[in-house]
Design a protein around this ligand. Structure first.
Ligand code: ADP
Length: 193
């Protein structure tokens, strides 16, 4: 199983990524978590990643590719992955597709989770009030949603053109979202869990 979750902040990529990874027994690769771990490292690269994440800007493509590529290659060799938050730009998508084609492990589905901005903002502010992340702040949230619309949004038609896009309404309880994803995937000819 090789699947990508494409979703704005607050749509539940992390939650669904964990659930799907457990269900299909593959690795959940959360780009934001891997980059946050890199940001803890001493030195210039860590500081650069941390600064981008704090502002809600995307980390530069080359940095993301350097961090994510080895993880994706290893997971592909072990049976697959649920990609959560990578690729997130057309440049990353093109690089990932070239690598996957070279390794013979192209993506089987791109699941687009959508919900209204008000719902996404409310969820992120709730998470912040429970001691969440430092980028869960009203102004940074607004910026992350704008960055998604401008930069990651174009990946929706990109994967649609490639015939692997499934769109799922994320404004529902987590179990219902998972059920809808599984129903949508069963319509594609994918390996069963
Ligand atoms: P969210 O989707 O809620 O913003 P993530 O943990 O997925 O949460 O991402 C948090 C931050 O990590 C982003 O705002 C961005 O700075 C960085 N990031 C994550 N994935 C990528 C990516 N593929 N490309 C560039 N930056 C990324």
């Amino acid at each position: 199983m090789r699947l990508l979750l494409l979703a704005p902040p607050g749509a539940g990529k992390g939650t669904q990524g964990e659930r799907l990874a457990a269900r299909y027994s593959v690795r959940h690769i959360a780009a934001g978590d891997l980059l946050r771990a890199e940001a803890q490292a001493e030195g210039r690269l860590g500081r650069e990643i941390a600064a981008h994440q704090a502002r809600g800007d995307l980390v530069p493509d080359q940095v993301v590719l350097d961090v994510l590529t080895p993880v994706v290659v290893e997971a592909a060799a072990r049976g697959g992955y649920i990609l959560d938050g990578f690729p997130r730009t057309l440049t990353q998508a093109t690089a990932a597709a070239e690598l996957a084609a070279r390794l013979g492990v192209t993506l089987q589905a791109a699941v687009y989770l959508y919900a209204p901005d008000e719902v996404l903002t409310r969820r992120l502010l709730d998470r912040a009030s429970q001691g969440g992340r430092t980028d869960d702040r009203a102004d940074v949230i607004r910026h992350r949603l704008d960055v998604f619309a401008a930069t990651t949004g174009p990946l929706v038609p990109y994967y649609k053109e490639r015939g692997i896009l499934v769109a799922v309404d994320a404004d529902q309880p987590p179990e219902s979202v998972t059920a809808d994803i599984e129903a949508a995937l069963s319509g594609l000819s994918l390996p069963r869990p």
